[in-house]
Design a protein around this ligand. Structure first.
Ligand code: NAI
Ligand code: MG
Length: 495
């Protein structure tokens, strides 16, 4: 059920390979496995058991039993919070191992995993641990004949399906509010990157969560994911991933009328007005698309620049890419950009680059593979100019280090271009004009607006989209509403 692994940085650890059900690692019912690949070397790291629909049923049954069991149900919010704080501490103690696993399995730079992703996991757990005894109902005064009050109750068994771009963070965003409210969980990992969260499963047991409260399974989307979404004993599905899969999930979840939260794709605009601080705009707009290998749902992948400063901005953006976007082995200290997560994503990104060229856009930078020592799913940071809003590279989510830069004349035109999309997740704008900043922020059809920054996500602030970018919110106080319902209790005082 475990194998000893050693990473290129010398770290050694025991990697769990099983399905984590009832606080134990077990094989899948037919012993099927999925190989996890290191995207830097294209070699197999290890093979991990993959759940069948029978295994999903076992995990859901465990979660249902745990939901009704006193060991979880009768805990106070304060006690649930204490378990979550313990887990956050354990994640901190194992941060270097977890960052190593993430770097190996996902390809993101070790330094980023350690300095950004691991603190995020702890912050989210601690934030929602703090809420666990502060999320309660109201007394509603309707006069002396009736005493009425509300209580906030957990939804029950939550199925959570996460993607591969932020395996640890996406899990924390889902586990945090769900545990805070007293739910039990079956978390399905992305089959491309299961290793870090299987390691966290050990820490969940060590923290003292009762068996069945958190079950963690690896498995294919169409098999394990679909079984979870359709299981009649699952009360809620929370999903992060592609818009196409999100739509399928909505359809499947309708059969048993499950509560759903969806966080899907984006093609987020970033507007640079002529009065902006261009150095600041170049710094954030570079990070907003090139971080995490461009594999960010809120990536500001469409940059709209006002005409008078268009050429000046291009020069500054180009300089940023040259200075910051160091492509290389993600274990190397100075690497900014590692490989795309899988061969499939690598090919998908390259096919968009081809489409951009065929449709007549200009490749200002990159536009080709960037193998390291002849290996790996690396793509050169790519900047397209002369992009028309009709082009595929302007309309579709590429999910790679590729940006489309276009110019605009007026504020009205910028807003029109920004909103000309089926998505509505993130957005950013750069200006020194305070009133324009707030005015445009209100006009953009998106769940989030960054003024003079981009992708400056924060666990205390709600995250989510409008249009086809999703339903519901994660993070912040708003994230709690996705995991509890309000029960109303009427007491007849005349009885
Ligand atoms: P996907 O949306 O198919 O996969 C995400 C998760 O959903 C994985 O855990 C997968 O196993 C599961 N899943 C897949 N099909 C399912 C089904 N029928 N029922 C239940 N669960 C299912 O995304 P994929 O194929 O890995 O990536 C394709 C594209 O999706 C990317 O190029 C990117 O554009 C977008 N994407 C967006 C993400 C985001 O953060 N919003 C994250 C990952 C991908
Ligand atoms: Mg991998």
């Amino acid at each position: 059920m475990e194998v000893e692994l050693t990473a290129p940085n010398g770290k050694k650890w025991m990697q769990p390979l099983g399905l984590f059900i009832n606080n134990e690692f077990v094989k899948s019912s037919n012993e099927q496995k999925i190989a996890s690949i290191n995207p830097t070397t294209e070699e197999e790291i290890c093979s991990v058991y993959a759940a069948t629909s029978d295994d999903v049923d076992k995990a859901v049954t465990a979660a249902r039993k745990a939901f009704r069991d006193k060991s979880w149900k009768s805990l106070s919010g304060t006690e649930r919070g204490a378990l979550m704080l313990k887990l956050a501490d354990l994640v901190g103690q194992h941060a270097e191992t977890l960052a190593t696993i993430e770097c190996l399995d996902n390809g993101k730079p070790y330094s980023v995993a350690l300095s950004e992703n691991l603190p995020e996991v702890q912050n989210v757990l601690r934030y929602y641990a703090g809420y666990a005894d502060k999320n309660f109902g109201q007394v509603i005064d309707v006069g002396p004949a009736k005493f009425a009050y509300t209580v906030k109750e957990p939804l029950g068994v939550c199925g959570q399906i996460i993607p591969w771009n932020y395996p640890l963070d996406m899990a924390a965003w889902k586990l945090g509010p769900a545990l805070c409210c007293g739910n039990t969980i079956v978390l399905k990992l992305a089959e491309q990157t299961p290793l870090s969260m299987l390691y966290v499963a050990k820490l969940i047991k060590e923290a003292g969560f009762p068996p069945g409260v958190v079950n963690i399974i690896n498995g294919h989307g169409r098999e394990a994911g679909a079984a979870l979404v359709q299981h009649p004993q699952v009360d809620k599905i929370a999903f992060t991933g592609s818009t196409a899969t999100g739509k399928e999930i909505m359809k499947m979840a309708s059969a048993t009328m499950k509560n759903i939260t969806l966080e899907t794709g984006g093609k987020s605009p970033l507007i640079v007005f002529e009065d902006a601080d261009l150095d600041n705009a170049a710094t954030w707009s570079h990070g907003g698309i090139m971080s995490n290998q461009g594999q960010i749902c809120t990536a500001t992948s469409r940059i709209l620049v006002q005409e008078p400063i268009y050429n000046q901005f291009l020069e500054k953006f180009k300089a940023k890419v040259q200075e910051v976007s160091v492509v290389g082995d993600p274990f190397e200290e100075n690497t900014f950009q590692g490989p795309q997560v899988t061969k499939q994503q690598y090919e998908r990104v390259l096919s968009y680059i081809r489409a951009g060229k065929e449709e007549g856009a200009t490749v200002m930078m990159g536009g080709e593979p960037a193998p390291q020592k002849g290996k790996g799913f690396f793509v050169a940071p790519t900047v397209f100019t002369n992009v028309k809003p009709s082009m595929q590279i302007y309309r579709e989510e590429i999910f790679g280090p590729c940006v489309a830069i276009v110019s605009f004349k007026t504020e009205e035109e910028a807003i029109e271009l920004a909103n000309d999309t089926t998505y509505g997740l993130g957005s950013a704008l750069f200006t020194k004009d305070l009133t324009r900043a707030h005015r445009v922020a209100r006009e953009i059809e998106a769940g989030m607006v960054w003024i003079n920054s981009s992708n400056d996500s924060d666990f205390r602030i709600p995250f989510g989209g409008v249009k086809q970018s999703g339903i519901g919110r994660e993070l912040g106080e708003a994230g709690l509403t996705a995991y509890c319902h309000v029960k109303s209790i009427h007491v007849n005082m005349a009885a």
